[in-house]
Design a protein around this ligand. Sequence first.
Ligand code: KPL
Length: 318
Amino acid sequence: MNKNQQQPWHILGAGAIGCLWAHAMQQWQLDVTILTRNKQQHQQLQTQGIQLTDGKVTYTSRPASLYPGLGGAKISNLLVCTKAYATLSAVESWRKLLHPQANILLLQNGMGTAQALQTRLPKANIYCATTTDGAWRQGPWRVVRAGMGDTQIGTFSAHLSSHTAPAQIAHLLTLSAAHTNLLRLHWHADILTPIWHKLAINSVINALTAVYQINNGELIKHSQARPRLEQLCKETEDVMSRCHITPIPHGLLQQALRVLNQTADNQSSMLQDCLADRPTEIDAINGFIIQQGSLLHLPCAAHKQICDDLHQQYPRPS
Ligand code: KPL
């Protein structure tokens, strides 16, 4: 694909991962625009640019940006990196510019959003991605790359083939293969499997660590949390099996223990959100498991209990 045939990309949700992608796309010389929340965010980005620290080097990139109401060209390729709970309203604020058949690539934790988005935008071509990239936000438009991971991308929309990537995404795969130091992107013909596997891990670790306010490693031997971890694993695996999802190799508990050991000194993302008084992703993680379970008449008592405990411990105004 030559540069004249390339359609621009827009990025919604410029947290750590959104900024990482914006930087990569600029390096790949793509036309990329960040959709900011408001004029102030847009001006701040235009003044300072994105600063990405990778090891000892800090790179500055200066993508274009827009804020709602400013107008602009139609959005044909949209990367969405917002938190799951913020996605529908964020997309809604760009609805006027969004091409009805836009390619929308969702890169976020949890499940349920792609379906909700497809219901609202039935003609949109929705793709989902899951990543092991590590990045954290040091401040507004300042991101630190914590670790190089892999990103699996695949088709969500039922009206699309799951075997081949559309031209715009295939182009990203080619660019990533040529510059592996930026993003490592891979096409996955059955994306729901890795997304379910990540959700399963998040569903048994994140809320528990937030309720007991412990680092990941402490969960392994915690006298109260450990039995709950095992019960959550059992319930998540029951739901997965009834949904015909390929089981996690060696079982969810073994995989969760492996992740807990590897990230022993870290705080889970949900504990960080709770301590910073931010909304959590619990509805798109444990809430999704409970919802799938209820469709199958599985009670998911441990998931319901951990949701109740979390909401009680960190009440948020509704
Ligand atoms: O992905 C994670 C998170 O913090 O969101 C971990 C804790 C590694 C697994 O649930």
